[in-house]
Design a protein around this ligand. Structure first.
Ligand code: CU
Length: 629
């Protein structure tokens, strides 16, 4: 069966719009339209690794000559499918996806000549201006025409630039977000070493439930994209740029990253040391940029990937979608993942020794199938063993059992697979050894990678739990089917000596109710959750988790339609810096793979908790009454 999820297409307020403002430019008239090359003669697109700036720097001026032309792109294997697409090229060089990197220092000037070599489409350029900018000056270049722009680099930061095809309707037509690239301004003294990663998307609708997708990082999709090699103790700085009109919650396995700045084509906001958040997932809205920094302290194979199921699985994130299957290739990471995935291999020095794990606590977690209840054709669930006896084979809880663990207490979780299909479990946000991370055929190292968990078999995950907070565990196999059927749960780590207090500690976990359209999600396993009674006069901790397959959620608590006030405590299990914990209106955006904790001390009364997609839609709204007394 083809999964029924459409790719995430932002709409309404999320849709990117270029503000078309005239700037003084020099448009040269084309003498003639160049004849279009025949298909067979189109040049090949080169995947752009963004290591070197285009252009030539002389004194204080970076001169660059760009053109937009047709070329043939192979986002997967060189021998795989190729598409003829409009792309940027530096004059005299190969066309590139993403667009050529423009990188210069503050205090320098860029002089860019751009020629539109297309025969049938105008291009509208954006992002070729001094930063910061209030809006994107735009520059329309007709087929065969060219233009020159000269501007100062402006404020250091991570930005983007690009072009929109004139005849292209962003909503109706196939997606062609291949004309975006990185624009980086370094401080006068230069920047520490970094990597620049740009996401571009090409998509075509095959039929109502099938899409041909190229979801790429630096011009290639997994497994054909570049691997990152690093050493334990390195400091990695990545400038990540979403040059697509889709949303991508970017998730790092096994480690936190510090979000140093967030921006777009016009401005970049750099956070001071005391104002940076630590994240394992950060939501990247369409046409946005992020600079992050992290340091691997444990060796092995890790991933940095988008957490939208449709953007990372073979059933949806390929040019030729592969039907999702349970068993075939389940130990082959080149088959069970696709699209927006980066593989990172961290090497350890010979002296490396893993942290000791004394006094290991043992738990048993069963993966089971029960009777279907919701819209999902099957009900799968994680059930933790309580007491001496294993749970009944067909018992399923939705969401999966909440695992309550203790900070500093190493814990082994034996996962017992009672399904008739393979599975794998990822411990999302947990700083653990690579082998236990849950990506079959990848987690571990060159000598030994973790297998998928076969039917009737088990796998022991070794968790180290260095911090208290709100985390997630979920399947990392055949995601769209297994995750939407219920293979997810909350993992809560408490300080030693603390117990989860049901009076003041409340979990709100969102997951999909099957994968059929229209997409619907569940709150704590329920589409119409019953009223929740809360005690007045005490501080409550609200733990929010979004582990749906592909929906950014907006979560609010109101009284008489007015948001109440709450105080943020943590994101992704990491405490927030004090500057970010001041009380504020209770409205939270929670993207796929994010967790948030809030503190709320309500007065007696009746409140309404409302969760919608960011763009409201009744089919996706869940409300729950909160009665405080
Ligand atoms: Cu994505």
């Amino acid at each position: 069966m083809a999964n029924g999820l459409s790719p995430y297409l932002p709409s309404g307020s999320e849709r990117y719009s270029v503000t078309f403002m005239k700037i003084a430019v020099h448009l040269s008239l084309a003498l003639a339209l160049a004849a279009g090359p025949s298909r067979s003669s189109l040049p090949a697109v080169q995947a752009n690794d963004n290591r070197a700036s285009a252009g030539q720097l002389r004194h204080d001026t970076l001169s660059v000559r760009l053109m937009v032309e047709m070329a043939t792109w192979h986002p997967e294997a060189d021998t795989g499918k190729g598409m003829d697409v409009a792309v940027f090229a530096e004059e005299g060089k190969a066309a590139q996806i993403p667009a050529p990197l423009l990188r210069l220092r503050q205090g320098t000037v860029i002089r860019a000549f751009i020629r539109n070599a297309l025969i049938d489409s105008t291009i509208t350029l954006y992002g070729l201006h001094t930063r910061p900018a209030a809006s994107d000056d735009s520059l329309v270049i007709h087929p065969g025409d060219s233009a020159t722009v000269t501007f100062a680099a402006g404020t250091p930061g991570t930005y983007m630039y690009g072009a929109v095809l004139g005849k292209h309707d962003l909503i109706k037509d196939d997606e062609r977000q291949l004309l975006g690239g990185a624009f980086v301004v370094d401080p006068p003294g230069g920047s520490p070493p970094d990597r620049v990663m740009v996401m571009n998307v090409w998509a075509r609708t095959i039929d109502a439930t099938h899409y041909s997708n190229a979801l790429t990082i630096n011009g290639r999709s997994w497994p054909y994209d570049e691997r990152i090699d690093a050493n334990v103790g390195d400091t990695l700085r990545w400038r990540v740029i979403n040059a697509s009109r889709r949303l991508h919650p970017m998730h790092l396995h096994g480690f936190y990253f510090d979000v140093l700045s967030l921006g777009d084509s016009r401005r970049d906001t750099t956070f001071a040391a005391g104002d940076q958040i630590a994240a394992v997932t950060e939501s990247m809205v369409p046409f946005s940029t992020m600079m992050l920094r992290w340091s691997p302290t444990r060796p092995g194979n890790w991933l940095f990937h988008c957490h939208i199921g449709n953007h990372v699985t073979a059933g949806t994130a390929r040019l030729d979608p592969v039907p999702e299957t349970h068993d075939r290739m389940s130990d082959d990471p080149t088959m069970h993942m696709a699209g927006l995935v980066i593989g990172i291999t961290v090497h350890a020095p010979a002296s490396y020794r893993p942290a000791l794990r004394p006094d290991v606590r043992q738990m048993r977690l069963f993966v089971q199938e029960g009777k279907p209840v919701g819209r999902a054709p099957r009900a799968l669930g994680f059930v933790v063993q309580r007491g001496a006896r294993a749970p009944a084979r067909d018992s399923v809880v939705l969401p999966g059992s909440t695992l309550v663990l203790t900070r500093g207490q190493p814990t082994d979780i034996t996962v017992i697979n009672r399904l008739h299909e393979t599975t794998a479990v990822h411990w999302h946000g947990i700083e653990l050894e690579s082998f236990s991370d849950g990506v079959s055929g990848w987690s571990g190292d060159a000598a030994r990678t973790a297998p998928s968990i076969q039917p009737g078999d088990s796998f022991v995950a070794h968790l180290t739990l260095p911090r208290a907070g709100t985390f997630i565990y979920h399947t990392h196999m055949n995601d769209i089917e297994q995750l939407t059927a219920g293979l997810y749960g909350a993992l809560i780590v408490l300080e030693p000596g603390r117990r989860l207090d049901p009076i003041t500690d409340h979990l709100f976990i969102f997951g999909n109710d099957g994968s059929k359209l229209p997409v619907q999600f569940l709150l704590n396993g329920d589409s119409t959750p019953p009223p929740l009674v809360l005690r007045a006069g005490v501080a409550h901790r609200l733990r929010l988790i979004n582990i749906g397959i592909n929906r950014l959620l907006r979560f609010t608590i109101t009284r008489d339609s007015v948001p109440v006030h709450w105080a943020p405590i943590a994101k992704d299990g990491a405490d927030l810096p004090p500057a970010r914990t001041t009380p504020r209106a209770a409205v939270a955006r929670v993207d796929v793979g994010e967790t948030y904790d809030f503190r709320w001390q309500p007065a007696p009364g009746t409140y309404l908790l409302t969760t919608t997609r960011l763009v409201a839609s009744t089919a996706n709204t869940i409300t729950q009454q909160l009665v405080v007394r």
